[in-house]
Design a protein around this ligand. Sequence first.
Ligand code: AGP
Length: 614
Amino acid sequence: MCGIVGYVGDRQACPILLKGLHRLEYRGYDSAGVAMVNAGGQLNVYKCKGKVSALEEYLDGKDASGSIGIAHTRWATHGIPDNVNAHPHYSQSGKIALIHNGIIENYRVLKDALEMNGYKFRSETDSEVLVNLIECIRDNSGCSLAEAVRMALGKVIGAYAIAVIEEGNTDEIIAARQSSPMVIGLGKGEFFISSDAASIIDYTNDFVYVNDGEVAIVNRHEPLKIVNLENKETQIKVTKLDLSISQLEKGGYPHFMLKEIFEQPETLMDCIRGRIDPVSCDVTLSGVKLNRDRFLKARRIIFVACGTSWHASLIGEHLIEDLCRIPCEVEYASEFRYRNPVINPDDVVIAVSQSGETADTLAAIRIARKAGAFVYGICNVVGSSIARETDSGSYIHVGPEIGVASTKAFTGQVTVMAMLALVLGKEKGTLDEGRYHELAKGILELPERIRDVLSNNSLIENLARTFTYAHNFMYLGRGYNYPVALEGALKLKEISYIHAEGLPAAEMKHGPIALIDIELPIVVLATSEHIHEKIITNIEEIKARGGRIISVITRGDSQIKALSDWSIEVPPMAAELMPVVASIPLQLLAYHVAVNKGRNVDQPRNLAKSVTVE
Ligand code: AGP
């Protein structure tokens, strides 16, 4: 998820672009850049690694004049964060500059064709392929920039929000979108383009939302024109916005955490994109494909992680043992690093970390690498320390997670682990074709299932009011849902400050059952079909002692619903994938309880988003 800004009008572009980038840094902040065409028609491109403030320093003393420009703050997906991979990218001739938010899935094929045509590339990015494709089309057909952009996008598969300018043209920006957000602000004789209205709300309240498959010709001397990829002009619909900047940065949500909970259908689509063929259901993880032998000869897989990532790793352990029959262990990185662990050279160590900067996890992988194990990373931040120090890995591609309480990263981590288990299970022959396809199809359906579960938000918001003053909670789950119980408990305690404990449901009778009374709300993850009777027994044990049950059940499970004091229904899902779906109600429950208690939901006390110290 990156941030893009564009301006064309009578004012100097650069100050508007930089201010817009600052407002968009929540979308990505590993590198930034600007491109302007000055009054003499010269195209100047400036970009560097680091935050927007680093770019501002870099611009000092340079020609940043011009009343037309585009700018970009990056969240790397292809190519590590550095000055070369930063946007804007410019074409081989240097005459066209482009900024891009999204992922081009077929960039490899397009790049090979361009290289056959003599094009050379400076960066590892998919975006540079697009700007050279535009130039190639324009040079071969002599068409306009707008035409070349439209024809190039006809060859692209993937997600994009792009803006393109060219040398010698001080009046026109070409913009286009597919799956990534883009809005155009309408001023008097000037236009603003952005990923998010928040970055340009200072200048106008009139906005046009560009739709998927549309190309906008933004010319300061003409009315805005938008065409589809078949060059058919579309209707311009102007929307007046009077939201505050803060509300806009959070997408209109009161907190980043709620925004990130609700964007999980989209972030999971980004996580899955290009990894499961929607027709054949074939699953591909390039990091695994390139290291197939190391995985196949692994006699053991060790997960090292902390917090929510450790909970996700427990699900990964269950998936891999269940589907691939490879022995797994899950280690708290903070313990692993100090207990002189036995690590064999044919072990595979999987480091799971949203930030990719957690000190304990980083220390754990250094020990593993020193012992000769193959280390694989499952991270969110491209180019982070853990991502760079592992032998290979898979990014979860869920975009920056701002809320300290991890939500979309958890579901992204579990989804990547599910894809990993499918790939390995198929390679090892431990997973039959039918179950492979059923689960691959199930993963493709996850975004829709999550959308379904999110429709429970008002019910959960009402339910949360009942527990504003609870002092303790217990979360119970079995099988694949046991780690979900742990994760639900962590969510609640870290943002509401109510103590909560997650347990295997059957473990209750070995002690914790003594805690049960009417004051202790108990959340039971009760979606598992194959141990349904066992869960019912656990619930009856609780009821018999006066406990109050909040159950998460599969839609239509009237039996458990009747036993519960409150129930939250989720759509049916394969048990292996249920953690992704069943965790959503627990995220919402924790969020609403914390809001009712007036907590600082996005930045809870004592916590940091990334624990880079021991
Ligand atoms: C999760 O909600 C917490 N913020 C915390 O437990 C977090 O998961 C843990 O610090 C690990 O962070 P990482 O995934 O960035 O390594």
